[in-house]
Design a protein around this ligand. Structure first.
Ligand code: PXL
Length: 287
């Protein structure tokens, strides 16, 4: 496998900027922490709008506190008007009022469809342990307000079921789900097949309203895949920020996550994180 890397910036020059709108994971595996690691390791400068602070470790999420929606949108406006960003990614948004605030700020600042800045919407609904990270009544707000703004939506199979009612079990139902999700308004719908246990591949299906494209990488068999979805969406956003076409951005991001999963490590008593530090580990071992 070739090393998935993006163009670098000259020392001292301002790097390409990318923004995450997401929740904090106190265990450091998913959410903002995963996004910022990926941004930094790919050579981009990461910007943040925090939506919620979760209380969690490797065993699960025991609670979270939401950030006031006005503070969420103020974070977006503050950094976008001064620093600027070439792509935006959303993760845990927690509630309907936060989604409304994010959608308003994005539409106003040209983020997402109709604007100049690509928007990757990872519709985070629950943790890998099944802990709820999005209010029940927020699903509809997500579909109605954020999906039509999205350049791409990146649900996993549990999120597909919640959003469309479709149980993806094979290639045919994965196609059906992609069509349904695309009908909600995003430019592209990516149905991640990473949880299709019948397959030895991780087959993700992309649909733009006309063509289906499949991205299949070998499944990495590890219990330590906390934050894999966040890392994928973050890497897609980085590649889009560098001007990649979406299919190329997905190709790149899948390689990035695969490398991270291959060097994932145990942490605490539960699930460890996908390890975007594999590049640094390689350098340290070489030193
Ligand atoms: O991996 C989804 C996710 C996103 N954001 C936060 C999370 C999780 C999963 O636990 O905690 C903050």
């Amino acid at each position: 496998m070739t090393t998935p890397l993006l163009p670098t910036t000259e020392p001292g020059a301002t790097p390409v900027r990318v923004m995450t709108i997401a929740g904090s994971d106190s265990g450091g595996g998913a959410g903002i922490q995963a996004d910022m690691r990926t941004f930094a390791l790919l050579g981009l400068h990461g910007l943040v709008a925090v939506t919620a602070v979760t209380v969690q470790n490797s065993v699960g999420v025991s609670g979270f506190q939401e950030i006031d929606p006005e503070i969420v949108s103020a974070q977006i406006r503050s950094v976008v008007t001064d620093i600027g960003t070439s792509a935006v990614k959303t993760g845990m948004l927690a509630s309907g009022p936060i989604i409304d605030a994010v959608a308003d700020a994005c539409a106003e600042r040209g983020i997402g469809r109709g604007g100049d800045t690509p928007l990757v919407v990872d519709p985070v609904c629950a943790s890998m342990h099944g802990d709820q990270l999005l209010a029940d009544d927020a699903l509809d707000v997500l579909r109605r307000r954020l999906f039509p703004l999205a350049t791409v939506v990146t649900p996993n199979l549990d999120e597909v079921r919640l959003l469309t009612g479709i149980e993806v079990v094979d290639a045919a139902s994965q196609r059906k789900a992609a069509v349904e999700l695309h009908g909600l308004g995003p430019q592209w719908a990516l149905v991640k097949g990473g949880h299709l246990r019948s397959s030895s591949l991780s087959p993700d299906l992309l649909y733009d309203g006309t063509d289906f494209l499949e991205f299949a990488t070998a499944r990495v068999d590890t219990p330590h895949d906390h934050g894999a979805g966040d890392t994928l969406a973050a890497a897609i956003a980085c590649a889009l920020a560098h001007g990649y076409a979406l299919p190329d951005a997905i190709d790149f991001a899948k390689q990035w996550v695969t490398r991270g999963l291959r060097s994932a490590y145990p942490l605490g008593a539960g699930h460890g994180p996908v390890n975007p530090l594999w590049r640094v580990d390689n350098d340290v071992r070489r030193a």
